[in-house]
Ligand binder design. Structure first.
Ligand code: AN7
Length: 353
């Protein structure tokens, strides 16, 4: 099959009919990589990272987008729109281009990572940089769809959640059982909602006996769910989750409460420490928002959560290449300039530096 994506793989669990067009960019089936160093240092039995940055546009958003686009095409839509901190816009622009839908993305001006903006440009979307936050952009988009014939592809579109729940299916299919805990970054809260839905559906179907505790993590400057009130000016180095008023707020709380999990805070230093540990101890380069899941996991023992003997999966939502600016600033290693001959190289290496 040339188009083997997640709709083909999980068709029976998705809202797909004979009328739903076959849509795929080869998303899903991402690697579940066992931790080589961090898991042991924390004393967990098994720690895995799900590399959602291996999706076609470099983030988990492709899982939801493929489903939203299939249903938009099925409904005869010609245009799509989203607000985005970057990854949703990249995914919308890619699938929009592939299926010839006019794509309009609203992003907070000056606040999205360079790689994501480059993607939206390359895929040829129309990009409106709004003078405001992601939350302002989403509010605008929700009003626009009231008066324009254009499909909303943010995660308030239920098909996005349907597609994203397949991440949970893949984990259970691969491990043969649900993990004890799932650690996941929380921004607009669509993904934690989707994973919880997926784990529950698989359990009802008898594919797993248990469901995991859902451990969500927000950035300290953008933690409305933890604080219990919207954050008007969210601030964090993890621009993907710089969100002050998540659309799926109640559903995230339900996932937390029903699973007996938690939603907690990680600050920017903890996010960057985890980001560097993932790169330097695991060989995994994810974006800062993604490493919030691991920053949170690293904090759990301090919060009194016992990790001994536990099987844990951290969702690494996006690729590190999305945000070269943060790598340059926070993972900087000085280049050592040298002439291209053996003596110069050896002199430099022996200079005791
Ligand atoms: C890498 O692209 O909201 O809690 O507009 O890009 O489901 O919002 C991105 C969110 C985590 C948070 N990790 O997921 C957008 C956007 C990365 C992300 C999240 C996002 P949700």
């Amino acid at each position: 099959m040339t188009n083997f994506g997640l709709i083909d793989r999980y068709r029976e669990f998705l809202p797909v009919t004979a009328a739903t067009p076959s849509v795929s960019l080869g998303e899903g089936s991402t690697p579940l990589v066992r931790s080589q160093n961090i898991g042991d240092s924390l004393g967990c039995k098994d720690l895995y990272f799900k590399l959602e940055g291996c999706n076609p546009t470099g983030s988990f958003k492709d899982r939801g987008m493929v489903m939203a686009i299939a249903k938009a095409l099925e409904a005869g839509k010609k245009r799509i729109i989203c607000a985005s901190t970057g990854n949703t816009s990249a995914a919308a622009a890619a699938y929009g281009a592939r299926y010839q839908l006019e794509t309009l993305v609203l992003v907070p001006a000056g606040e999205i990572a360079l790689g994501k903006l480059a993607q939206a440009m390359a895929y040829g979307a129309r990009i409106l940089a709004v003078n405001g936050s992601f939350d302002d952009a989403l509010t605008a988009v929700r009003s626009i769809v009231e008066i324009m014939d254009i499909e909303l592809v943010n995660s308030v579109n239920p098909y996005r959640i349907e597609g994203q729940k397949t991440g949970a299916f893949e984990i259970v299919d691969e491990l043969g059982e649900a993990p004890d805990m799932l650690c996941i970054p929380v921004g607009n809260a669509g993904n934690i909602t989707a994973y919880w839905k997926g784990f529950n559906e698989y359990q009802s179907l008898g594919r797993s006996e248990t469901t995991p505790k859902m451990m969500g993590f927000q950035a300290a400057g953008a933690a409305p769910i933890v604080l219990g009130k919207p954050v008007l000016k969210p601030e964090t180095i993890a621009t993907a989750i710089r969100i002050g008023n998540p659309a799926s707020w109640e559903k995230a709380e339900a996932a937390r409460d029903e699973s007996e999990g938690m939603i907690d805070i990680v600050d920017d230093n903890e996010i960057i420490d985890a980001y560097l540990r993932l790169a330097r101890e695991e060989g995994i380069f994810c974006e800062p928002a993604s490493s919030a899941s691991v920053a949170g996991l690293i904090k759990l023992p301090e919060l009194g959560v016992d990790l001994t003997g536990k099987t844990i999966v951290c969702i690494l939502t996006g690729n590190g290449l999305k945000d070269p600016g943060t790598a340059e600033k926070r993972a900087l290693i000085e280049l050592e300039y040298v002439e291209p001959d053996i003596d110069s190289v050896m002199n430099l290496l022996n200079s005791g530096k």
